[in-house]
Design a protein around this ligand. Sequence first.
Ligand code: OGA
Ligand code: MN
Length: 301
Amino acid sequence: MPMSFRPLTPAGFAGEVSDIDLTRPLTPEQARAIDDGMDKYGVLVFHDQHFTDETQMAFSRNFGELEVSSGAEMNRTRDRRLPQMEMADISNLDEEGRLRAASDRMRLTGLGNRLWHSDASFRAIPAKYSLLSARVVPGTGGNTEFADMRAAYDSLDAETKAEVEDLITEHSNAFSREQIGFYKTDYGAENQLLLKPVRHRLVRFDPRTGRKTLYLSAHIGGIVGWPVPEARMLIRDLTEHAVQRQFVFAHVWKPGDLVMWDNRTTMHRARRYNDLSDVRDLRRTTIRGDAVTVAQVQEAA
Ligand code: OGA
Ligand code: MN
């Protein structure tokens, strides 16, 4: 039976895919159909995909090269629960598999995932897809929400579109963490280079679909040539616009779910749950992007 796609919102943002086992090798046609589905829906949800770290990485490699997790990159001297550097540990467990304590630093920096963001927008070449696999989920809460940044762009008024068209933003992990009370100096001298802001277009052009997208993220801290407070207020206003309910899909996790999203056309955030008592073990692989966004100036023109 060929795999089938079903939209999950009235606006056709996010799709559910059935009749495929992602833990087994895909045919090139199947991989292409998933890529096409990503272009159409931005987010794809698959159920009953019981991955190991190895099968998750193998499936992910159908879509490009894997990034080394930024958590692993920033904490090179720490022991890791997950041996593979390409597996981002999106859990509330420490290296021994125990629940992290309230004051645990990794727990506290991880709370930054509850801000609306696009993965690895702090890299010069930011991420393409993220693939998040649910191994253990909490009793309640802990949903992941996604916002459709193509629809958000389309619905801006003409003046705002003209105003934002050529703006260049500055992104760093330090800017998102600053919003929840961390300072750049909390990260140690060895990580300062990783926190150096990178520049991206605020409006990205998507050559696969011919659509434009608002490239927003909690990692943005400035706009080139703008005073910081003015830049941050515009980013805040645009973010408020982009996460209105008509642009948002909320995923309620079940063990075995695999959710895959395109960081170029969507934002996402984690929602609260009782992380001091309930285990939530999600694991992410991330596909490297293939272009710096500032080069798209010419493409979009
Ligand atoms: C991520 C992320 C959200 C969540 O894995 O990149 O932001 O709900 N996760 O855990
Ligand atoms: Mn994320």
